[in-house]
Design a protein around this ligand. Structure first.
Ligand SMILES: *Cc1c(COP(=O)(O)O)cnc(C)c1O
Length: 448
């Protein structure tokens, strides 16, 4: 058998990874997947507790999606959307317009969550320029936001450890505070919500002539550590946007496709975004594809004679890739045919109960945040005082490394242990996931 581990270490630079640590530690090489499980080159099975970084939806090696890709590949794998149209991308656009919040009528494809956001920002910027208000060019984001890793999306990001190095490269934005109840124990969630909303209202009152759009991860800020917003926050932000002629961009790259218990988080509050960004779960976790949806009002501002230069000059080589669109079409069909959202509801309840019973009781668990199938478990040295562990102890990383020997794959965000299983996970698998997580936390953090 090939020594995959040595070859990986010889050739690959892994994302978000201190490679010095990587080169010194044992490498797990995945070869197969089945349902909610990953299988390594030694035949060992691991429950995919973070859906392969939040992308997998209906499970690995899903017959229906496999077949859709096979059918498509015998027709054509890819043709360009520059100057040509393609069948799977047309089918998918129609489905996306049907299932996303009302008012979104046009679909612009790209390849990743970061590019979906990048496209949203450029469209919003040019929209105001085309409308004759070029001074509306500044974006507002939340101060702990994550919108991807390209320069535009990092400009709207607020996670210091990822983003501060690149500060000199970024464009100016306005940040409003993230309503994060765990970090503001002195306030009731509703007071915290109002405080953050008022902050945006003041900014909008003063600077709406310069503000192009507000971009927000609806209901849950994933990469910030699964911060669940107080109810009504998104709705209140939307109202301010409407009152001040500011576009609302919802980044549902993480929350989309059932993750919060609804098809889209913006349908839960509910709000009507002017621009919606989708990626991750769009192809069921099979292939890289992203979509940025916009309203008629935005689309129409780009129409006119060519020499008016209202055209949106943006596009990627693989835009609207046929294989990826075929996978996405199958992924959306499965939601409907298998009534996935309906069947998810009892599983969300079971997951809450398990977290309450097995995790909340542990000595070093300071907070559990859950919205549907998005879960963050905050570890702390002294939970009663919300006193964090020293960073160099890397407790989140230790817990998620240790859990591998119990047959589970997890990834932390600092000292937040993230749990985001595929929607197809069974009751027994949830029980397995939570009990192994409890065991790993106890082994690493101790019982008191
Ligand atoms: C993951 C993520 C992105 C970036 O998506 P990529 O496909 O990794 O570029 C953007 N926004 C949110 C909310 C995300 O969670």
């Amino acid at each position: 058998m090939q020594d995959w581990e040595s070859l990986d270490k010889k050739y690959i630079w892994h994302p978000f990874t201190q490679m010095e640590d990587w080169l010194r530690s044992e490498t797990l090489v995945i070869e197969q997947g089945q349902g909610s499980w990953l299988i390594d080159t030694n035949g060992r099975r691991y429950l995919d507790g973070v859906s392969s970084l939040w992308v997998n939806v209906h499970g690995h090696n899903h017959n229906r999606i496999n077949e859709a890709i096979k059918l498509q590949i015998d027709k054509i794998a890819h043709s360009t959307l520059l100057g040509l149209a393609g069948v799977p991308s047309i089918e998918l656009a129609e489905k996306l317009v049907q299932i996303t919040p009302a008012g979104l009528t046009k679909v612009f494809y790209s390849d990743s969550g970061s590019t979906a956001v990048e496209v949203a920002l450029k469209i919003a910027f040019q929209y105001w320029k085309n409308r004759g208000r070029p001074q509306k060019k500044i974006f507002v984001g939340l101060d702990q936001a994550y919108h991807g890793d390209t320069i535009g999306s990092v400009s709207l990001g607020g996670i210091d450890i990822f983003h501060s190095i690149f500060n000199p490269l970024l464009f100016k934005t306005f940040a409003i505070p993230t309503p994060f109840p765990y970090q503001s124990p002195e306030l009731e969630p509703d007071e915290l919500k109002n405080k953050c909303v008022e902050n945006f209202r003041r900014l909008a009152d003063e600077r709406s002539d310069e503000i192009a759009a507000l971009i927000v991860e609806p209901l849950v800020q994933g990469a910030a550590g699964m911060i669940v917003h107080p109810p009504g926050f998104l709705k209140a932000l939307e109202q301010i946007c409407r009152d001040h002629d500011i576009l609302l961009v919802c980044d549902e790259v993480a929350t989309g496709f059932g993750r919060t218990g609804a098809m889209f988080a913006s349908q839960k509050e509910p709000v009507s975004p002017d621009i919606l960004c989708l990626a991750k779960g769009l192809t069921g976790g099979y292939l890289p594809l992203a979509a940025t949806l916009v309203t008629d009002r935005i689309f129409e501002a780009f129409l006119g004679p060519f020499t008016d230069y209202r055209t949106f000059f943006h596009g990627h080589s693989y835009t609207g890739n046929a294989l990826a669109c075929a996978a996405a079409n199958a992924c959306i069909d499965i939601f409907e045919e298998n009534r996935v959202i309906e069947k998810l509801q009892p599983k969300i309840g079971i997951l809450s109960e398990l977290l309450e019973k097995r995790i909340a009781t542990l000595a070093h668990v300071a907070d559990i945040r859950q919205c549907g199938f998005m879960v963050g478990i905050e570890l702390a040295e002294t939970p009663s005082k919300r006193e964090a562990y020293p960073v160099e102890m890397r407790m989140g990383a230790q817990v998620t490394q240790n859990i591998r020997k119990h047959g589970v794959i997890l990834r932390p965000l600092g000292d937040v242990v993230v749990m985001m299983p595929p929607l197809c996970v069974t009751e027994n698998e949830l029980e397995f996931l939570v009990s192994r997580t409890a065991k790993s936390i106890t082994e690493i953090c101790g019982e008191n």
